[in-house]
Design a protein around this ligand. Structure first.
Ligand code: CP
Ligand code: NVA
Length: 303
């Protein structure tokens, strides 16, 4: 594994090995066991969109690993004024040991990897959010002790989260049922990946999808970059809310996960959110541990 551009590029074994290392790093952090595996290394973090969790968890994660992280807002980089990604990649490869990028087009992330010579980590694009799903799988595995055979139900917009969840769940032997309104379905490339897999269900009926779920997942109805569509989306997603009624269709005691930020009263009710707050904030914390594992896998010197 040279980069983390999208989960489709990873084998099931690579995913599980990241989760195992993440568990170990979490244990070490909780027990004050230092792990300076990236001492002297620098990670550049390019942000073309806002972030709370991704920025802070990568920055502190890099610090805990003995390295440093540089926050590079695209507003201040020459990339924001039109310097081609090919040139940015080749320049930054000469200063840094890795790049995390959050942007719109998946192609930009793929191009950084193509033209640069250091590991590239996708910190969210319109297409996918692999770091989030690694943290989600880690959280679910911590809760249930295993992933295989569990059923995750995703309710709402077939967006970057849905795309990564489908791939992450299917690669780890989980079942995934997705309920989205017509016109808001996951990416065709992801549907092609999932097609024919008996562990995958796509429906427009949230109750059908939620039946017997071990994990119920949702995300905002209007992702970053879709602000102008917000009102139309609120109408389109009426009925696709994670609320008490929907949770009754899931298994008793089912977990709730959300990548955050959450919009209470839209994709999730205040009641469901607060009843599952411990699971949701454990999931947010696990961004730190999962991403540290990714950085160690990609950037540490061979032992
Ligand atoms: N879930 C997630 O990626 O959060 P941020 O947008 O705050 O980074
Ligand atoms: N789908 C959301 C995820 C935020 C972490 C977005 O792209 O804005």
């Amino acid at each position: 594994m040279k980069h983390l551009l999208k989960l489709m590029d990873l084998t099931s074994e690579e995913i599980v090995s990241i989760l195992d290392l993440a568990d170990q790093l979490k244990y070490e952090k909780k027990n004050n066991i230092a792990h300076p595996l990236l001492a002297g290394k620098s990670l550049g973090m390019i942000f073309q969109k806002s972030s709370t969790r991704t920025r802070v968890s990568f920055e502190t994660g890099m610090y805990q690993l003995g390295g440093q992280a540089l926050f590079l807002s695209s507003r201040d980089l020459q990339i924001g004024r039109g310097e081609p990604v090919q040139d940015t990649a080749r320049v930054l490869s000469r200063y840094l040991d890795g790049i995390m990028i959050r942007t719109f087009a998946q192609q930009e992330v793929e191009d950084l990897a193509k033209y640069g010579s250091i590991p590239i980590i996708n910190g969210l694009t319109d297409f996918c959010h692999p770091c989030q799903v690694l943290a989600d799988l880690m959280t679910i595995r911590e809760h249930y002790a295993a992933l295989e055979g569990l059923k995750l139900t995703y309710i709402g917009d077939g967006n970057n989260m849905t795309n990564s969840l489908i791939v992450g769940c299917l690669k780890t032997g989980m079942q995934i049922a997705v309920a989205c309104p017509e016109g808001y379905r996951p990416d065709p490339a992801v549907l092609a990946f999932a097609e024919g897999n008996p562990n995958f269900l796509l429906t427009d009926d949230p109750m059908e999808a939620a039946a017997n779920a071990d994990v119920v997942y949702t995300d905002t109805w209007a992702s970053m970059g879709q602000e102008a569509e917000k009102e139309a989306r609120i109408k389109a997603f009426a009925g696709y809310q994670v609320n008490d009624k929907l949770m009754e269709a899931a298994k008793p005691g089912a977990m709730v996960q959300h990548c955050l930020p959450a919009y209470r009263g839209q994709e999730i009710t205040e009641e469901v959110f607060e009843a599952h707050a411990d699971e949701l904030f454990e999931e947010a914390e696990n961004r730190l541990h999962a991403q540290k594992a990714v950085m160690v896998k990609l950037m540490a010197d061979p032992q």
